[in-house]
Design a binder for this molecule. Structure first.
Ligand code: GAL
Length: 378
């Protein structure tokens, strides 16, 4: 009797395990981890290490307070991209009110890269200080010897204090930096922004760094790409060899074009970027760009979404956060976007869609359900 009972329990557990196992992506749907809980890793960044995918993201809690960091950065691992194991909290916020990483600060879009020379995992994230809204516009650094953490918080900075971008003409450096003298928005302000009004304003104290991504090139060089100049212009900054600082070499790209949520990938020697416009948690039309070097110049390629008017206006009701190269498949890339739910951020869901190439442009189409065999047909 005991034996039959044990066998029945075992078979039921096995059946349940089989049912639970995902074999495809269902973009925008509830997505359960190994503990049967909706994945909680928003504004995510992905790192491939030892043939395993790691997904780092903002750990949200229920209610509007969940838009601030109450817990930290979560991390999940997966071998197949469909089934994710909760690996816990990689970077925890502190209770110490004197720490900049105190509970109630804002931690967004964490990205982790691995430094082959130092053997450290290096995390950079958008960091806003507690009770100061989005005004600090800093980028934070944390490191770990283990991919899943715990990560040790090192510092937060406004990069490039006293350093001009390499592509900023001398003739513009002495123009006015008086933002308040402009009617905002206005065509005059827009022109001045394009020519570096905010760059000049922040020259002494360091530049703004909000939405961000990291990209490691095949030569091991790492780049920190962030929305700067009051979200009007992206900065692409080279990191130092240990990835723990800014080298001082940086460029302004897509000047005055209001890009947020950048995600970069490389195919056939060209660099591609997906990004969004500037409407906070509300979705807007996606954007794409191409370059021959991460530091630019970047050429805009337009909205990458192909679909209904509503889908194109909203990036399939999502905002870009990352592009994942698929292990073992050539030219296979997955677009990852967030569907934000700021009233109850823990409910936010994720959009995984295959990147297709048409006329040398990356494009996205909606799919209710798809799997990695998609890439074998292309
Ligand atoms: C978005 C940004 C998010 C978050 C949000 C806050 O534009 O991409 O990461 O900062 O604004 O409103």
């Amino acid at each position: 009797m005991k034996k039959i009972f044990a066998i029945t329990i075992l078979s039921l557990t096995f059946l349940l395990a089989c049912q639970m196992k995902y074999q495809s992506f269902s973009p925008g749907q509830v997505w359960l981890d190994d503990q049967n809980t909706h994945i909680n890793a928003h504004g995510g960044g992905f790192l491939i290490h030892n043939d395993t995918y790691y997904w780092f993201g903002e750990h949200k809690i229920a209610g509007e307070e969940g838009n601030k960091a109450q817990v930290g950065v979560g991390v999940y691992s997966s071998k197949d991209l469909y089934n994710w194991k909760n690996e816990g909290i990689a970077l925890e916020v502190h209770d110490d009110p004197n720490s900049l990483l105190v509970k109630g600060c804002i931690i967004e879009r964490p990205k982790v890269i691995y430094n082959e020379k130092t053997k450290k995992f290096v995390m950079w994230f958008h960091h806003e200080l507690k009770d100061r809204g989005y005004e600090a516009a800093m980028t934070g650094l944390a490191i770990s010897d283990n991919i899943t953490g715990p990560y040790t918080y090192i510092k937060s900075i406004n990069p490039h204090a006293g350093i001009w971008p390499t592509n900023y003409p001398d003739s513009l450096k002495s123009l006015s930096a008086d933002v308040d003298s402009y009617v905002r928005p206005s065509p005059e302000w827009k022109d001045a922004v394009r020519l570096g009004l905010y760059l000049r304003r922040d020259f002494e104290k360091g530049q703004m760094a909000r939405d961000m991504t990291l990209f490691v090139d095949e030569d091991g060089k790492a780049y920190h790409v962030h929305s700067s100049e009051n979200n009007q212009t992206l900065h692409v900054a080279e990191l130092t060899e240990d990835y723990m600082d800014f080298s001082g070499n940086y460029t302004r790209v897509l000047h005055g074009e209001q890009n947020e949520a950048p995600a970069i990938f490389k195919k056939d020697g060209k660099y591609y970027m997906f990004s969004s416009g500037l409407t906070g948690w509300k979705p807007n039309p996606g954007k794409s760009a191409v370059a021959d070097h991460p530091m630019g110049p970047w050429t805009a390629l337009g909205n990458m979404c192909i679909g209904t008017e509503d889908e194109m206006k909203t990036t399939f009701w999502s905002q870009s956060t990352a592009v994942i190269p698929v292990i073992g498949k050539k030219d296979a890339f997955i677009f990852v976007g967030d569907r934000w739910t700021p009233d109850n951020p823990i409910d936010g869901s994720y959009i995984f869609l295959p990147v297709e190439f048409e006329n040398q442009k990356p494009v996205l189409r909606w799919r209710d359900n798809w799997n990695l065999t998609f890439f074998d047909k292309n």
